[in-house]
Design a protein around this ligand. Structure first.
Ligand code: PGA
Length: 267
């Protein structure tokens, strides 16, 4: 390759890598109360300083979206939901549509969290539909993937990741300008047993490689978060890895100080 072409490619790579602003997203799961929601969001908002270069979001239970909205006013925190219906508004008792989330000023919506896959039997096909309805309403889906402990022991991590991404990566109507991926090894979620930075980086690089083969122009710009027992103590080394563009934080997002420390480490 010509010298100039090599330099141009290198510069493009550096530019695109730098375009991935880190994102730290809290996932409260089914926790909280009206009082806690306002208190926690206010404390986090008050603790954000100019030195934090990451984007910060919090995915709260549906019933606290309103109170969360009131309390993020004037702060740089954006709000998200933890799932969404794949159906349009209509006769689907108990469901929440993408239109409703958009109306509630959500920016993010988690899709395919392992707890949804495990306890609510959400399938890859259904999850891709959820991505589509969300994008249509201007929400940014955060598409979660990750292997179980057994799958890792059986050396099936890459196979599982590839299977979970297959539908998404082969669907031409998905807008890869507006999606975030999250690698969350199931064995690391809520267990205190985070993946090591090296273990996580290997899988993140694999995911980016898959992106490169299916949506090459978006491989360097798509953010891939790591989730699974990220805390104030391990965030720095995890979030410093080349292909880790931020964190999806469960337990530690319920503690303002811990969450803010993680945000500080996402550079
Ligand atoms: P955890 O959860 O940080 O409590 O492990 C992460 C998640 O489930 O998103």
């Amino acid at each position: 390759m010509h010298y100039r072409a090599i330099v141009a490619n290198l510069l493009r790579f550096i530019r695109e890598t730098m375009m991935r602003q880190p994102l730290v997203l809290g996932n409260w799961k089914m926790n909280g109360s009206i009082a806690l929601a306002s208190e926690l969001i206010q404390s986090i908002g008050a603790g954000i300083d100019d030195k934090m270069s990451c984007e910060i979001g919090i995915c709260v239970p549906f019933v606290y979206l309103n109170v969360a909205n009131l309390n993020v006013q004037g702060s740089k925190i954006s709000i998200g939901a933890q799932t969404v219906s794949e159906y349009p508004p209509g006769a689907y008792t108990g469901e929440i549509s993408a239109e409703m989330l958009s109306d509630l000023k959500c920016k993010w919506v988690l899709i395919g969290h392992s707890e949804r896959r495990q306890y609510f039997n959400e399938t890859d096909e259904q999850l891709v539909l959820k991505v589509k309805v969300s994008q249509k309403e201007g929400l940014t889906p955060v598409f979660c993937i990750g292997e179980t402990e057994k799958e890792r022991q059986d050396n099936k991590t890459f196979e599982v990741i590839e299977r979970q991404l297959k539908e998404l990566l082969s669907d031409k109507s998905i807008d890869f300008n507006n999606i975030v991926l999250a690698y969350e090894p199931v064995w690391a979620i809520g267990t205190g047993l985070s993946a090591t930075p090296e273990e996580a980086q290997v899988v993140h690089a694999y995911i980016r490689n898959l992106l490169a083969t299916k949506v090459p122009e978006k491989a360097q710009t798509t953010r891939i978060l790591y989730g699974g027992s990220v805390n104030a103590g391990n965030a720095q080394t995890l979030l410093n890895q080349q292909d880790i563009d931020g964190g999806l934080i469960g337990g530690a997002s319920l503690n303002a100080e811990a969450f803010l420390t993680i945000c500080r480490h996402a550079k």
